[in-house]
Write a protein that binds this ligand. Sequence first.
Ligand SMILES: Nc1ncnc2c1ncn2[C@@H]1O[C@H](COP(=O)(O)OP(=O)(O)O)[C@@H](O)[C@H]1O
Ligand SMILES: [Mg+2]
Length: 263
Amino acid sequence: MDATPLLEVDGIKKAFGGVQAVDGAAFSVDEGTVTALIGPNGAGKSTVVGVIGGAIAPDEGRVSFRGEEITSLAPHRIARRGLIRTFQISREYPAMTVLENLMVSPSNQRGEKLANALFAHRSYRNQERQLAVKALDVLEDFGLYAMRDEYARNLSGGQKRLLELARSVMADPTMLILDEPMAGINPALISHIGEHILRLREAGITFLMVEHNLEVVERICDHVIVLAVGRTLAQGTMSELRANEAVVAAYLTGGIVDAGTAH
Ligand SMILES: Nc1ncnc2c1ncn2[C@@H]1O[C@H](COP(=O)(O)OP(=O)(O)O)[C@@H](O)[C@H]1O
Ligand SMILES: [Mg+2]
């Protein structure tokens, strides 16, 4: 395995008013892994993810991706480097079809595309055709091909979650960051989405995934990072962490076990 981690997070601090949401979090993600970021509610997981993706500027610390610093770059510039973050709340376009949702994925909305539309109709149309072929391929991979002409608003919650994943794959990411991709969906869909994540890992995509459901973490994650009160408390495999008293204590006091089994 490559000696340099794909993603490195070093000494991140972020306060909101008087709340120290992140207080020195430091960890790395190796290429080819599905790495989980777990910890009690309020531990700072979403804030860390926001900092990595460029949505939140940290007060201190740095983030490196493929050995280059990306701290505080705009989200679209981070995405262009191959690091894409999806959202806890699906952000599909409800009044567009499933196919159109893939064709307007963020990486396809650059200025060059507009220039092509205005000045080079034929090449633009060719690109659109290639994009449509790719989008249909991706929809097939995700089992959404039959829904291609359906309005996104008519999809079930689980299908919207799949659509969100499919959209992020359109950009050919090196790494995907998922914030609670299994939240609020039924067990059958949880295992379905888990299989897609493993399929994408085999295809070469690295994952960092915030996840409350420890069964999911155990089944699909290679490495686990535990965040508590804004700091990295421990990391390792799930079985290593089970033997770690500090981790067990953080769970019990933070209620993450309840959070994971409540729904
Ligand atoms: N935009 C914000 N404004 C004020 N406080 C925030 C904001 N975002 C997060 N926090 C606070 O920061 C802490 C960490 O939140 P968060 O990163 O969402 O944790 P987690 O995702 O682990 O549950 C919490 O106390 C939360 O209330
Ligand atoms: Mg969160």
